[in-house]
Design a protein around this ligand. Sequence first.
Ligand SMILES: Cc1cc2nc3c(=O)[nH]c(=O)nc-3n(C[C@H](O)[C@H](O)[C@H](O)COP(=O)(O)OP(=O)(O)OC[C@H]3O[C@@H](n4cnc5c(N)ncnc54)[C@H](O)[C@@H]3O)c2cc1C
Length: 276
Amino acid sequence: MVVEIAPRTFADGPRTFADGPRGVRRAPDFADNAVLVARDLLSPTVARLVVRPDAGVAPFVAGQYLALGVRVDDRIVQRPYSTASDPEHADAHEFLVRHVPDGALTPRLWELPVGSRVRLGPPKGAFTLLGDDQRAHLFVATGTGLAPFLGMLRTLARRQNPPRTILVHGAARTEDLVCGDEIASLAAGGLPMTYVPTISRPDDPANRAWKGRTGRAEAVLASVLRSAELPPEGLSAYLCGNPGMVAAAEIALLAHGVAPADIHAERYWTAAATTA
Ligand SMILES: Cc1cc2nc3c(=O)[nH]c(=O)nc-3n(C[C@H](O)[C@H](O)[C@H](O)COP(=O)(O)OP(=O)(O)OC[C@H]3O[C@@H](n4cnc5c(N)ncnc54)[C@H](O)[C@@H]3O)c2cc1C
């Protein structure tokens, strides 16, 4: 693996869910069908949640998301989260969740005792890898947009001849460049990977010790495209996270000559919202 710099280890509208099992309606309550089995703070604002469905993990594909919900009075507050789990080896779903201070759900997820009952919807979404695509895979994530890429990278790492992969991960602070150890261990296991972490707020005192790339992920992407010998026709691009990054990265990829059909994107919130 090419690691430009190892990331610092961290030290330093509600909806009523009425579907019961087998399509039985259970309004007005909903069926808790899973347990929060772990919550680890990976940084002050990012947690890894592990949620185990009572009935076992239903088949899913790396990159998909599930609705995670908690009961609040007589309703459920739920939001979609990309699973970071490896479809081949999952007995639970692993989520990377960013704390949104004024959010309806994430502050509750922070306070929820481990062992609590929660609601997990079925896996959904088409933000997934193409069958046996041998072209270079370029992944660009901001913050917890890394989550689906962990599942995808784990999937690619199992292939006999995995394609070249480049992972650009942007965060405001070094402490939010989470999961660096897992990324390194995937590369150590044989996945040909270039890992490009970048910090968008180099002047923040929290980033004082950072010696790696600085700038937003989309700006770093433009320089990676210029320097990494990535012919546009030999590239599959996957973008996830901040909608502002996704829009800017799409422009950079199109300008590089990548076909629109080879650019796949998942936006975590609407472009009108404030970006981090
Ligand atoms: C397909 C899909 C997959 C997703 N996967 C993940 C995931 O793996 N991890 C994850 O952390 N989030 C993920 N999200 C976002 C997640 O669904 C919620 O929007 C987020 O957790 C905030 O929920 P909330 O109820 O606390 O805040 P809300 O009450 O829903 O939102 C409050 C405000 O914060 C904005 N906002 C939402 N998310 C962020 C953010 N990360 N940074 C800054 N502002 C934000 C919203 O637009 C809104 O303005 C995903 C979204 C989609 C559509």
